[in-house]
Write a protein that binds this ligand. Structure first.
Ligand code: NAP
Length: 268
């Protein structure tokens, strides 16, 4: 059995991950971490996930908790995730990261850590989205600069970063397929007298509301036709199952910075 630790255990994804680890015959939960001061410290992880007691209580000491795991899965906040990267590096424990909103300095630090530590970082762990990454790349290559591209995403009202990590990853894939630099061609907002759409720009639109789990559309608008590639997640279990698949895969890997394309064998 692979011993899994979860950071961000009381969160929406954390609770789903607890249930998913228990459902998976290859994995068991050995540590559940939350932030210091959380009212859930001391609560049984299984009770929190609504699946009955597991005998593993939420703790606020990641350093001690990590020693009890083979691999840590972290869906929390960037500052907590980066602290856990340092702890996993010291302890030599692989880490699967689902947290989005990491900044450039975090990414540089992660790249450094991955020289000695196996890391999977993915903005989206669903198999469907990772297949969509391939499809949107192919569509951009075939349709080229004649089509205007917009990335539209929708999430629940509690999401704190925008655009979503998945939408930004889609933007990077599209820009790379078209030989553009996303930093200079991305348009993140439009208001007032914007002028005509700049050719070769990639637009982003964000919707926030209710309990939407996650939806992403890439729209290719040409003259006389348009193509839309859409993924809709209807349950967080898809992300949780993907993260566990990544964790099971990662314990067998050498140090390196991997993503879900590597885990699913879609690379290349
Ligand atoms: P959430 O419900 O806000 O959960 C985050 C949890 O992390 C909260 O319980 C929070 O506690 C906890 N936390 C804060 N500081 C911590 C620390 N130092 N150590 C341990 N836990 C700490 O958010 P969510 O919807 O589960 O999403 C979490 C992250 O995963 C977000 O970045 C989201 O975008 C990302 N996500 C990724 C995927 C993917 O497939 N890659 C899918 C869904 C979500 P408090 O509330 O008490 O502060």
């Amino acid at each position: 059995m692979i011993k899994i630790g979860i950071s961000g255990s009381a969160g929406r994804m954390g609770r789903t991950l607890i249930a998913a680890v228990v459902q998976n015959p290859q994995t068991e939960i050995t540590a559940a971490i939350e932030r210091q001061g959380s009212r859930w410290i001391g609560t049984d992880a299984g009770d929190l996930a609504g699946i009955g007691s597991l005998g593993v209580c939420l703790v606020d000491d990641p350093r001690a908790a990590v020693t009890r795991c083979d691999v840590l899965i972290d869906f929390s906040l960037p500052v907590a995730t980066m602290a856990n990267v340092a702890i996993c590096r010291e302890a030599g424990k692989p880490i699967v990261i689902g947290t989005t909103g990491l900044n450039d300095a975090d990414r540089r630090e992660l790249t450094r850590a991955a020289q000695v530590l196996p890391v999977v970082l993915a903005p989206n762990f669903s198999a469907g989205v990772n297949l969509a990454f391939k499809l949107i790349e192919l569509a951009a290559q075939v349709l080229g600069d004649e089509f205007d591209i917009e990335v539209i995403e929708a999430h629940h009202r509690h999401k704190v970063d925008a655009p979503s990590g998945t939408a930004l990853r889609m933007g990077e894939i599209l820009a790379s397929a078209l030989g553009r630099d996303l930093g200079s061609c991305a348009v993140h907002s439009r208001e007032g007298h914007t002028g005509e759409r700049a050719s070769k720009s990639i637009g982003f639109a964000t919707v926030r509301g209710g309990d939407i789990v996650g939806e992403h559309t890439v729209l290719y608008a040409g003259l006389g036709e348009r193509l839309e590639i859409t993924h809709r997640a209807s349950s967080r279990m898809t992300f949780a199952s993907g993260a566990i698949r990544a964790a099971v895969w990662l314990v067998q890997q050498e140090a390196g910075l991997y993503d879900m394309q590597d885990v699913l064998g879609l690379r290349g």
